[in-house]
Design a protein around this ligand. Structure first.
Ligand SMILES: [Cu+2]
Length: 163
């Protein structure tokens, strides 16, 4: 309200210029998928009983020419969200926090059960299959995006058919 329209006029064309430059390789017709980062097959595990933690999985595709990294994730439904990986430690698989998940240029990185995942803790409500959870992802280069993540039963894999 207090901002003069003059300032807005300067800011908006500048943003558009950045978005258009970013879109040159893909030349999206509707101009809404400017990001070189594309998320596929996003799902989050249903929570059994009164569990308050879960994990989200998806494939991150980097269609751009520069390497990128997922550095942060958040959702209003969880108090704490961390990036995790799984690794062997003395014969036991343990989760370990990581601070970046790299996606090479022109490549994809898979977050899946038994590997990289987005850990959701302090969930404020149970996650029931069929619901969706908004997940905001912050990339080092591509910036922020929010995706809808489908809640699926715990036993299903990340790549089962959808209907
Ligand atoms: Cu974890």
């Amino acid at each position: 309200m207090y901002r003069s329209s003059g300032v807005r006029r300067l800011v908006i064309p500048a943003l558009c210029a950045v978005l258009v430059l970013g879109a040159v390789p893909g030349l999206s017709a509707r101009g809404q998928s400017e990001s070189p980062i594309v998320i596929h097959d996003a799902w989050v595990r249903e929570t059994p009983g009164d569990a308050t933690s879960s994990a989200a999985y998806f494939v991150i595709e980097n269609r751009g020419d520069v390497a990128d990294a997922l550095i942060e994730a958040s959702t209003p439904l969880a108090g704490v969200v961390e990036l995790h990986t799984m690794e062997h430690q003395g014969g036991v698989m343990r989760m370990r926090r990581v601070f970046a998940i790299d996606i090479a240029a022109g490549d994809s990185t898979v977050l899946e059960q038994g590997g990289l995942h987005v850990m959701l803790m302090q969930l404020q409500q149970p996650l029931q299959a069929g619901a969706t959870l908004p997940l905001t992802l912050l990339f080092d280069s591509a910036g922020q995006m929010t995706i809808d993540v489908e809640v699926r039963p715990a036993r299903s894999g990340g790549r089962h058919g959808r209907n």
